[in-house]
Design a protein around this ligand. Structure first.
Ligand code: AMP
Length: 397
């Protein structure tokens, strides 16, 4: 199922609207602390410039409740300008007078960045009027914002119904093709490593992944719902009581399918959710009342390493513990090292997981790190993403 590639479209002298994912993290001073998402958009932007197009860029940033400097894309324009070595004109609005004027006056080889798309309420409501206004600014619409493709938002879904020509950028194609190839015929054993805080966000993914993998490792906060489902006392550890039955069901299905499902055997427990808390290394059978597990323990790390040792394909989504606190980052860092040291095809997804891998210094040793969390999860599950569906080449259906 190939996508309509930007390479299939004639861009010469046209105005190309590229929907990017510039949703970058910023520190307390507003500095961009990780510009990988901006860098990932550069191949598509350069391709347009090399083809004598005019370029309009648009993205969301954070979840603004109102228009504010905090969520302005101005710092992104500055960083992008530095990376490209050319000026990036910043619009003060999205479809207002300033943006419309600047878009109209754009010359060949110039780049205009619109303000944060989420400053307009209609964006997340897939509003058609907003989509029409955005589409009317360009000749070609190009989606390169993989991270938002699992959502039906105006600038990624509705806009495809109004733009004269539509296509996928290089980043989107790379993400989509990688997920497709991974699912088609993964080298086996195929091991999924799932972590993070909530089962709820990944429940459906777990159900859908089971028939595809040979082994599944569950760590992080979500492991405690499974441990409790097995009758263990988990103290004050994070748990989703209403999902205990689902957790039992997942373990039962795994058994029926012959999929080996592994949970932590020990944890680092603390009395409070803090980096200063006293820490205890305990087996999962001995978590004291009032204590909470905030990372997998050393025995679990060794066990998981062993499980990964014969893997030929590894897919990882979600940290093994509260890696934001140094004290509870070891389990996640070790997991990152084990996977990157393996000879398996290694794929990671999700902002937190990518963050762990980068902090652990392992990014270069992964086969692929997806820029999208939810989107990569849904793609791996085999779901149809609303913003990708219109971009699939019809003849191939
Ligand atoms: P998610 O958004 O579900 O992928 O979860 C990511 C978050 O899970 C990270 O911010 C981690 O701090 C958190 N997390 C991982 N392990 C635990 C744990 N044992 N208890 C509480 N939170 C956790």
């Amino acid at each position: 199922m190939p996508l309509i590639s930007i390479k299939d479209v004639d861009l010469v002298n046209k105005c190309v609207f590229i929907r990017c994912d510039f949703n970058v993290p910023q520190d307390e001073f507003g500095n961009i602390s990780d510009d990988r998402r901006i860098k990932s958009a550069i191949p598509t932007i350069k391709y347009c410039l090399d083809n004598d197009a005019r370029v309009i860029l648009a993205s969301h940033l954070g979840r603004p409740k109102e228009i504010s400097d905090k969520h302005s894309l101005k710092p992104v324009a500055k960083r992008l300008s530095k990376l490209l070595g050319t000026e990036v004109i910043m619009a003060n609005d999205i479809i207002g007078e300033d943006a419309q004027n600047k878009a109209k006056n754009l010359k060949k080889g110039e780049i205009l960045l619109l303000e944060n798309l989420r400053f307009i309420k209609g964006e997340t409501k897939n509003d058609e009027d907003l989509a029409k206004s955005l589409a009317s600014m360009c000749d070609v619409y190009c989606n390169d914002a993989f991270g938002v493709c699992h959502r039906a938002h105006s600038s990624v879904e509705a806009i495809t119904r109004f733009a004269k020509e539509i296509c996928a950028g290089f980043l989107l194609q790379k993400e989509f093709n990688f997920a497709q190839d991974l699912l088609k015929s993964p080298a086996r054993p195929f091991v999924a490593v799932v972590g993070g805080s909530k089962v709820s966000g990944k429940l459906q993914a777990l159900h859908n992944l089971l028939p595809k993998v040979d082994k599944i490792i569950i760590g992080g906060g979500m492991a405690f719902t499974f441990l409790k489902a097995n009758g263990l006392n988990i103290g004050n550890s994070i748990v989703e009581e209403e999902l205990i039955e689902d957790a039992k069901q997942i373990m039962q299905t795994a058994k029926e399918l012959g999929v080996k499902l592994y949970l932590p055997v020990d944890v680092l427990a603390a009395q409070s959710f803090s980096n200063d808390s006293v820490v205890k290394k305990v087996s999962v059978q001995e978590i004291p009342n009032g204590w909470m597990g905030l990372d997998i323990g050393p025995a679990s790390s060794i066990l998981f390493k062993e499980i990964l040792s014969d893997a030929q394909t590894i897919w990882w989504n979600g940290p093994m513990g509260v890696f934001e606190f140094d004290k509870f980052s070891k389990g996640s860092f070790k997991m990152s090292h084990y996977i990157s040291d393996s000879y398996a095809t290694s794929v990671a997804g999700g902002g937190d997981t990518a963050d762990v891998i980068n902090r652990a210094g392992d990014a270069d040793d992964f086969s692929f790190i997806s820029t999208g969390g939810g989107a990569s999860l849904e793609l791996i599950e085999g779901k149809e993403l609303p913003a990708i569906k219109p971009l699939i080449l019809k003849e191939e259906y």
